[in-house]
Design a binder for this molecule. Sequence first.
Ligand SMILES: Cc1cc2nc3c(=O)[nH]c(=O)nc-3n(C[C@H](O)[C@H](O)[C@H](O)COP(=O)(O)O)c2cc1C
Length: 205
Amino acid sequence: MSDLSAEVLVFACSHRSGGNSDAAAEMVAAGVRQAGGAARVVVVRDYSVLACLACRSCAKDELSRCVLGAKDQAEELFALLLSAPSVVFVSPIYFYALPSLCKTWIDRSQRFWEARRKGEAWLLGLPERQGFACLVAGQPLGQRLFDGARLTLKYFLVNFGITLAEPVCLRGKDARGDFAADPEAAGQALALGREAWAAAQGVLK
Ligand SMILES: Cc1cc2nc3c(=O)[nH]c(=O)nc-3n(C[C@H](O)[C@H](O)[C@H](O)COP(=O)(O)O)c2cc1C
């Protein structure tokens, strides 16, 4: 699989620097390294991404290109996603959903949905990969707290040939240091990193 990098990519999706999901993302990356792998944390808020115009140009274009493709950094993020042997999304819950910056990027993947629908070989030929998620919520309760984020990630990633495993869901992590103060949560994030590296090895072999 020469087109794949050897790094597990950990996408950190919070708008808050140094918060719970940033800390969890670093812990996931530590888990990958603990298992002998390589990991890189990609901070989504550091990329400038314009909102999808819903112009449907990608549906008409032969190669499903986006009219905004050269105007921002969405494609840089997609290139990372396409080249990773496995990925982990670490995200807070905002109003029962993914944060808007991350969702803005996900909406821009409509061109990949179109390419899959049209059966474009460059996309369908990608290796099957596994994706993982660690979702962090401030509230301790809420039966369906993680459903929105989980479903969005699942149907986003499937367009890239990535199957999302059942996410690690952390509740009651609201103030900045709440994740760092919970050794059990840290253990779950480390284990997720180890699992992501095991999945990556299956693709890289
Ligand atoms: C705009 C916004 C919306 C939020 N909505 C929810 C929510 O619906 N449910 C919840 O449990 N926590 C909610 N929270 C709390 C965050 O999930 C929580 O503070 C989390 O630790 C933030 O992660 P971070 O430290 O990585 O930024 C919200 C926070 C913000 C800023």
